[in-house]
Design a protein around this ligand. Structure first.
Ligand code: LLP
Length: 431
């Protein structure tokens, strides 16, 4: 049970609203976000930098969950925005997000993506590779514009997390290697281009990280690099972007630090490094995604078929699955859940929650203890706010779910449930 959820007459409430009522109103599967929790998560990062008087940007990594309403919340909370595609940039523009606070990522930014970023004059492009440098230079010349950039480097840190979501090691498709001179080569090339202004360095060491060691090691390597670049190239970094990756609690086994603790650790380490090398304090930027929205989201499903294999297992199927939450199938991710219409029901039993896709691996939760379930009960799965809707897909031609925001005792539909017509609208006849 999440902090913002409660039990009222044995029924689950989300930010004060009855979960079962929400399913009657909007159907299932349904993503429900507590907006106040999103705001608290964002403010926990922002206020810690403020408390220390540090110039900072907290950029919401919109890949975790991008929609017009979500980008509007980021805007209201004075966050910056990290986009990784033209689609995320388009969403930000639709939401009228201040362009100067948009940062664009990607390891294979296309001509169209960079052109749109330049046309809208976004805050910065995080340059990932040599091909992109030339593409950007060409587009800036074509549009007669200028652009601030950060250089994305791979500092060779292995964060303690699942292999699939490691992006900070040397053998990585992202960024320039610090150890083989390519990052330095990128700096020199970028500085030859008048329309490009190098603001600093970026790194992202991984995701769902519970300790601060990985971050502090990355800071050591970045600042060592900056010291070398200062001596060799008179380069002074105005910005150091340390990426995202701050962990959240999915189950009782997860033990993340509170948001301010990560920020405190970053600030302490950066102070140490600038003292050691006698540098000016750069702006610190971070890019949290999961830790802004992850624990603010709940998914509600309707239970359908129940299959018992005596002495083996009871399969309880829901009306969604890997189409709205790919994480269990992709990363063996674990979740906690309750039966929303009888949270403290009796006759507890151990069951496994299956999705409805034609795929044996479409299991949402293995071996969870729940009150005795029946068809039409409502299952609430917690901490699904990050990389759930954003990684949803059309496998088996299931339409994408609806998304509802709850705040101040009111619920509001912010993404409509897809219709079959929406889903087939690009299909063309061959008759
Ligand atoms: N910045 C960069 C450059 C990133 O690559 C990412 C995530 C973030 C920021 C945000 O990281 P966060 O704070 O959300 O951990 N689909 C996976 C996560 C992939 C993360 C990719 N990059 C999952 O569901 O666990």
């Amino acid at each position: 049970i999440q902090p913002f959820t409660a039990i009222h007459n044995n029924q689950l409430t989300i930010a004060g609203i009855d979960a079962v009522e929400l399913t009657k109103k909007y159907g299932t599967p349904l993503f429900v976000y507590d907006v106040e929790k999103i705001r608290q998560n964002a403010r926990a990062f922002v206020s810690t930098f403020k408390k220390h008087g540090i110039n900072a940007q907290v950029a919401y990594a919109s890949k975790a969950f991008s929609s017009v309403a979500m980008v509007q919340i980021a805007k209201q909370e004075n966050l910056s925005l990290d986009v990784v595609s033209q689609g995320e940039l388009y969403t930000a523009i639709q939401a009228e997000f201040p362009v100067e606070k948009i940062h664009m990522h990607g390891n294979n930014k296309s001509f169209d993506e960079i052109s749109m970023a330049v046309e809208y004059n976004i805050g910065c492009v995080v340059v990932d590779n040599f091909h992109e440098i030339e593409l950007l230079a060409h587009i800036l010349e074509e549009q007669q514009r200028e652009m601030d950039v950060l250089i994305r480097v791979t500092p060779g840190i292995e964060a303690h997390t699942h292999d699939y979501i490691l992006t900070g090691n040397e053998d990585s498709k992202f960024g320039f290697d610090l150890t083989n001179g390519q990052a330095e080569e990128a700096l020199q090339r970028l500085r030859q281009i008048d329309r490009i202004h190098v603001k600093g360095l970026h790194c992202h060491i991984g995701s769902q990280i519970f300790e601060t060691d990985g971050f502090t090691m990355a800071i050591e390597r970045l600042f060592h690099t900056l010291k070398v670049w200062k001596d060799r190239h008179h380069f002074e970094s105005e910005v150091v972007n340390l990426g995202g990756g701050f962990g959240i609690r999915y189950t009782k086994e997860d033990d993340p630090l509170p948001h301010p603790a990560y920020v405190e650790a970053l600030i302490t380490k950066v102070k140490e490094e600038i003292d050691q090398y006698d540098m000016a304090f750069p702006e610190i930027w971070i890019e949290p995604g999961r830790s802004i929205v992850g624990d603010a989201g709940v998914t509600l499903y309707t239970i359908g078929s129940i299959k018992e294999i005596p002495n083996v297992r009871k399969y309880v199927s829901v009306d969604g699955g890997m189409t709205d939450n790919l994480r269990p199938a992709l990363y063996q991710a674990k979740y906690e859940a309750v039966i929303a219409n009888k949270v403290n029901g009796t006759d507890e039993e151990e069951v496994s929650i299956a999705g409805k896709c034609c795929e044996s691996g479409d299991m949402l939760i293995w071996d969870i203890t729940l009150p005795k379930v029946e068809p039409n009960d409502i299952l609430a799965v917690f901490s699904t706010g990050a990389y759930g809707y954003s990684m949803s897909n059309h496998y088996n031609r299931f339409p994408k779910p609806a998304v509802v925001f709850v705040e101040n005792g009111e619920d509001k539909l912010v993404v409509q449930r897809e219709s079959y017509k929406d889903m087939t609208q690009n299909d063309l006849s061959y008759e």
